[in-house]
Every structure is written in structure tokens, then in C-alpha cells.
Ligand binder design. Structure first.
Ligand SMILES: Cc1ncc(COP(=O)(O)O)c(C=O)c1O
Length: 454
């Protein structure tokens, strides 16, 4: 189930070695791609024990695969967690982590500054399934607390938001969640465990789109759910029957009775029920690609972050830029939070605004013209890639949000998201400089706004 090794090791060693011990017959030094749908049993008795979850072992790759297992162990160790489940995408990781906590008639409190696909999941599909979600401003602690209901089963937020790069006060939101008796689930996609171990600040479960920085090269979708091992589901057993009551899929009673001492009942539930029943499994090939990426996580993220800060400073000084949303800038409301929660640097995903006219079509046209002048920075709906990428959230990733939701998330039609890659930062800045040359100045934008009003 991806339980981490007990041997303590540093981050850089774990990202290269955790989860894998050479020793299979072929003695490969690198975790091999176990491209096999299923696994041969030594005997029917062994098969019976494996199906009854009486022992760990390989059955069928929808449920578990040895290459995927290495990834699970490695990410769990990097997060300081006890176990992980790797799945086919970040979207699946978010969905399954929350489904394992809240069912029909129950409730989740979520930040309203979320990736657009997560908003779609929570407000649309979860609503169809009778799981209610209250969205709150993640910086408003009273709002988190007042949203709590007797049926609340989780708090959910991104530690660094996509696209505005707001930095969550993880400790304060974790404390509020724990006072309500529920776990804090953190989407750590943008932060990665290199920039922040959410466990150090009270989070209980993390989810990742491994598609982004963990893989890092834009080749493979994947997601990971990590149990940080901090939340005591047995403290209020009546609230978590899925873990504390008899679980028909294992013979020895509840998941807590079966896995409480040796593993993660929560990850066992994610895998044996939700991955097994719904089927969003990670392929061995993608797990292999993500493992390759992970080996250089610290080097890449340090470079991504340093370059991004340089780009943010350049943009802030540029006359065609109205505002830069980067938490390490002095102008950012999240500067103190970044200093506390992201001492190794903020992420390379952040946004900036061109000067706006207030007219959606005019502002879209200015964004379109800017993007069309870029050569090094590519127009791609992704983040965390070795390549520098730009996106226009209002018309792309967040296009399903209402105008009010966009406003609440701090996204305007003038907002452009950047994910700064690993190219030479001088080339990235030169490219942005060239593209900004034709963008409206503050005076030109306000003249256009005035003309539109007349
Ligand atoms: C913060 C965040 N969480 C989750 C996801 C979903 O991940 P995936 O695209 O791997 O399904 C994304 C994708 O952009 C994301 O940015």
C-alpha cells in the first residue's frame, strides 16, 4: 500500500531512492516498468489470501502495480506521510480523497480560490451526488468556522493557489478543521513537498496533480493522495463508519482494525473501494515517467522558483503591467505568509494583469495580442513543465466560473497565468518584454475605457 520506509533520509536522497530496493531477478538499478495487467499466483491459497487483503501482494494492475507502488512510497516519504495512493490524474486524486471522506448528505468546506477543474468537480458533480460544498474565502478564518455543519467531513484548500499564487495560512485552517473534528486536505500540486511539507503545519492529507512539478516534463498525467498519518479517525468512530465499521471487503472487521497499526486505513479505503470500483488507475509507464521526474524535484523547483521571482520583479517594473500576483513581492498581501510557509521560495506559477478597460472583449483582445507575440513562452493549458507556459484563466482553465466566482478568485479578463520553466531566465524575460511592447499602457487603457463609456 505504499507505506514509507522507517529509515530517515534527507529529501534529495529520498527523491532518488525511496520506495525501491533492487532485488528483483533482473537486478535493475532503476525501478522497472512492470507492464503487466495481472500477476501470476503461486497457488490458489495465495490468491485467496491476497484477495482477502490478508497479505500484501500483486493481483491486478487496476488495484496495484509494482512500479506504481514505488511512486507511492516515494511521494509518501517526501511528504512525511505514512502511505499514498497513486492514481491516473490530479483530478482523480482530489475526487477520490474527498469521496473517501464525505458521502451523500455530507458536507465539505472548500476554499473558493481553487483550480477551475476542482471547482467543476465540487459544485457540479459532487452536487449531483448529494455531497454539499460551501466555498469560503481562504483567508477568512471566520468563514471557515461558520461554514461548519454537523455533517461536515473535510476542509479543502490549495497551499499555493492556481493561478493567483495566494499562500494559505495552513496552520490556522488546520486548527479550525481540527476544532470541528475533521481533517484538512491540502492540494499541494503547486507547492510540492520541496517547497512545503503541509504536515509540518497541521494538514492531514495531501493530494497532488503529479502531472505538474512532480513529473516536471509535461509528458505524463498522474495524481497522488497521501495520508500524512496525523488525523485520528478512531477518536469519533461514529463519524467515520467507512473506516470504523465492518468493511465487507476484508474478513477481519473494520479497515481501522485491519490496517490501523501497520498502514493507513484511509489509503486502504481509497484503493480497495474507490480506485477498485471507479478504475482511475495509474499506468506503470506513467509511474515510471513520474519517478524519473521526481529524481530531480529539488533541483528543478529551486530553479523554477528563482527564475519566477526574477520574472515577477521584471514584470512589476514594466509600464504595461498593472499588477503582479507573486507572493514574494513586497506588494503582495501574502508576503508574510510566503515568508512563513515557503522559506525555500514561492512557486513558479503566478499571474499578472495587463491594464484593463473593464470591457471583456477589449481586455480579451489585449491578452490575445500579448500571447500572440510570445515565442519562448508557450500557450499551453498546463503548469509545472520544464517549458515556460502562459494561459488566460478567464477563457481557459477557469472559463466555467461565473463572473462573480472569477471576481472572488481574483481573476480578471486581463489576468495571465505564467508557469516559469527551466529555460535561461534572460530569454524568458526578453520574450515577455517583446510581447509587452505592444500592450496598452495605463493611460491608453483608461482612454479606451473612457471611450467605451461615452
Ligand atoms: C492545483 C491543481 N489541482 C489539480 C489539478 C488536476 O490535475 P490533473 O490535470 O492532473 O488531473 C490541477 C490541474 O491543472 C491543478 O492545477
Amino acid at each position: 500500500m505504499g507505506r514509507m520506509s522507517d529509515a530517515p533520509r534527507s529529501f534529495a536522497t529520498a527523491q532518488v531512492q525511496a520506495g525501491f530496493t533492487a532485488g528483483v531477478a533482473e537486478n535493475t538499478a532503476v525501478p522497472p516498468i512492470h507492464q503487466s495487467n495481472a500477476f501470476e499466483f503461486g497457488s490458489l491459497r495465495e490468491a485467496r489470501d491476497l484477495f482477502a487483503l490478508r497479505r500484501d501482494g500483486n493481483i491486478y494492475s487496476r488495484a496495484a502495480n509494482p512500479t506504481v507502488l514505488v511512486l507511492e512510497k516515494r511521494v509518501a516519504e517526501l511528504e512525511g506521510g505514512i502511505a499514498a495512493a497513486a492514481v491516473s490524474s490530479g483530478q482523480a486524486a482530489v475526487a477520490l480523497a474527498l469521496l473517501a471522506l464525505a458521502k451523500q448528505g455530507e458536507h465539505i468546506v472548500a476554499a473558493r480560490q481553487l483550480y477551475g477543474g476542482t471547482v467543476d468537480l465540487l459544485q457540479d458533480t459532487f452536487a449531483d451526488w448529494g455531497i454539499e460544498v460551501t466555498f469560503v474565502d481562504q483567508d477568512d478564518l471566520d468563514a471557515w468556522t461558520s461554514a461548519i455543519r454537523p455533517t461536515t467531513r473535510a476542509f479543502f484548500a490549495e497551499s499555493i493557489t492556481n493561478p493567483i499564487a495566494q499562500v494559505l495560512d495552513v496552520r490556522a485552517v488546520a486548527d479550525a478543521a481540527h476544532r470541528a473534528g475533521v481533517p484538512l486536505v491540502i492540494d499541494a500540486t503547486v507547492a510540492t513537498p520541496y517547497l512545503q511539507r503541509a504536515k509540518d503545519y497541521g494538514a492531514d492529507i495531501t493530494v497532488h496533480s503529479a502531472t505538474k512539478f512532480l513529473g516536471g516534463h509535461g509528458t505524463s498525467l498522474g495524481g497522488v493522495v497521501v495520508d500524512l498519518g496525523t488525523f485520528d479517525f478512531a477518536a469519533e468512530p461514529g463519524r467515520w463508519p467507512q473506516l470504523t465499521e465492518v468493511y465487507p471487503r476484508v474478513p477481519e472487521g473494520s479497515l481501522i482494525e485491519r490496517f490501523g497499526a501497520t498502514g493507513s486505513p484511509f489509503i486502504a479505503l481509497v484503493k480497495t473501494k474507490y480506485v477498485h470500483d471507479l478504475g482511475p488507475s495509474l499506468s506503470a509507464f506513467n509511474a515510471f515517467q513520474l519517478l524519473q521526474g521526481l529524481e530531480t524535484l529539488d533541483l528543478r523547483v529551486a530553479r523554477h522558483s528563482a527564475s519566477a521571482l526574477e520574472v515577477a520583479r521584471f514584470l512589476e517594473a514594466h509600464g504595461a503591467v498593472a499588477r503582479v500576483h507573486h507572493p514574494e513581492l513586497e506588494s503582495s498581501p501574502w508576503r508574510a505568509a510566503a515568508a512563513r510557509y515557503l522559506p525555500r521560495g514561492a512557486s513558479s506559477v503566478f499571474a499578472f494583469d495587463l491594464h484593463g478597460t473593464g470591457d471583456v472583449e477589449a481586455d480579451f483582445a489585449a491578452a490575445e495580442a500579448f500571447v500572440s507575440r510570445l515565442r519562448v513562452v508557450k500557450l499551453v493549458a498546463n503548469i509545472g513543465d520544464a517549458r515556460s507556459l502562459v494561459a488566460h484563466p478567464a477563457s481557459m482553465t477557469h472559463s466555467h466560473l461565473s463572473p462573480a466566482q472569477l471576481d472572488e478568485a481574483g481573476i480578471a479578463w486581463t489576468t495571465l497565468r505564467l508557469s516559469i520553466g527551466l529555460e535561461d531566465v534572460r530569454d524568458i524575460i526578453a520574450d515577455l518584454d517583446r510581447a509587452l511592447a505592444g500592450a496598452p499602457s495605463a493611460a491608453a487603457a483608461s482612454e479606451l475605457a473612457g471611450a467605451a463609456a461615452r
